[in-house]
Design a protein around this ligand. Structure first.
Ligand SMILES: [Fe+2]
Length: 383
């Protein structure tokens, strides 16, 4: 079967690696950046760590810092207007999925015109975007190396999904110095998001030899290092491993696709404005259980990779059940195991959440295509 594989053309890793942008940007000959970020990162000084690099490279910039946790259509419009008013010629995104997704949307809009809604779906833009430097400050969404982006339509309470080769960042930066100050809850939630990417990428209907190798390695790294990163926030080894783990998971799902966890998490996140990683973490073990009978081999492989000795003498089915249990225990250990009621989901919204989940683009690569009733049952069990 024919498969394609896409990734950002250049990536930087390691403590302090943002400084390597100086020669790269000088070589590109760019003059003025639109910096896309949020107020928190601006206030805690993360943005200044990047603008110092731009200063050193003698590149001008203007900062658009109004990106919301679930970036909106207005964020995209306003950021694009700023880009044009300020005569920028490239974009620097600083943040997790929110800033990076918003920057991709701005890039598509400034390069193609119209409304960003015109570009929903796959490869709808006609013109290649400008140079986009995507600096990741979490580990993570892996938005810095994916062609996909999500924008919230606040009126419709829905996340719009875009996947566009022309939205792929030009340079992805995973400088763990920028991640050291992440609080416990965000470290845990974004880490569980990355784990969900790897697991959904592994069992996706559109997986491949390459995406499976990446997914398994990502699961191994995240399972081992996420608790260390959460329990010891300044642990450089754990932060570094998580930066690679989420990146590798991103390469996997960015090419294989996702599944029901993300389809449902998108709708719950958009309806109640909740952190994406938390929604995934709450849903993941229950949906692994739902998919289990169709994913015995893959789940057995997960268990063998993270607990090889314990798996000796187990049957494939036992290993698969063990994998689900291990993931649930990991979520409990890092503090993301909660009920949907705990995070604010309301009983009266269950029907519409199920309806919208069925329309989410991520569902089409799910190993099991659920009915509306089955989604409602999953939601009820988690309330
Ligand atoms: Fe995600």
């Amino acid at each position: 079967m024919i498969k394609t594989f896409a990734a950002a053309p250049m990536s930087l890793f390691g403590y302090g690696s943002r400084k390597e942008l100086i020669p790269l940007l000088k070589r590109e000959g760019v003059k003025k950046a639109l910096v896309v970020t949020d107020k928190v990162l601006f206030e805690i000084g993360i943005v200044s760590k990047i603008t110092e690099v731009l200063d050193e490279a003698q590149i001008a910039y203007t900062i658009y810092k109004d990106v919301t946790p679930n970036p909106t259509l207005d964020n995209v419009e306003n950021g694009s207007a700023r880009y044009k008013e300020e005569n920028c010629d490239f974009i620097v995104a600083i943040g997790g999925g929110s800033a990076n997704d918003c920057a991709k949307a701005i890039n598509v809009l400034i390069s193609n015109g119209g409304s960003i809604k015109d570009y929903q779906g796959g490869n709808k833009s006609k013109n290649k975007g400008k140079l986009l430097v995507a600096i990741n400050t979490t580990a993570g969404t892996a938005s810095e190396i994916s062609r996909a982006y999500l924008i919230s339509d606040e009126k419709e309470k829905r996340k719009l999904i875009f996947k566009d080769d022309y939205a792929m960042p030009s340079i992805a930066v995973n400088d763990i110095e920028l991640m050291m100050g992440l609080p416990k809850s965000i470290t845990a939630q974004t880490g569980m998001d990355a784990l969900t990417h790897a697991i959904e990428g592994l069992v996706s209907k559109n997986n491949s030899v390459l995406t499976n190798i990446l997914a398994i390695k990502a699961i191994e790294l995240i399972y081992k290092y996420l608790p260390k990163a959460v329990e010891d926030l300044g642990n450089v080894e754990a932060r570094d491993a998580m930066a690679y783990g989420q990146y590798i998971a991103g390469l996997s799902f960015g090419n294989a696709g996702l599944g029901l966890v993300h389809a449902m998490a998108h709708q719950i996140g958009a309806t109640y404005n909740l952190p994406h990683g938390l929604c995934n973490a709450v849903l993941l073990p229950e949906i692994m259980e739902f998919n289990k009978n169709s994913c015995i081999k893959d789940y057995a492989l997960i268990a063998e990779s993270i607990k090889p000795i314990e798996c000796i003498n187990m049957t494939e089915k036992e290993k698969a059940s063990y994998a689900v249990r291990l993931i649930k225990e990991l979520s409990e250990r890092v503090g993301t195991s909660q009920s949907l009621t705990d995070i604010g989901v309301k009983e009266e919204d269950i029907d519409i959440l199920a309806e919208k989940s069925l329309q989410d683009g991520c569902i089409f690569t799910s190993p099991v295509m659920p009915t509306k009733e089955e989604i409602i049952n999953i939601l009820r069990r988690l309330m």
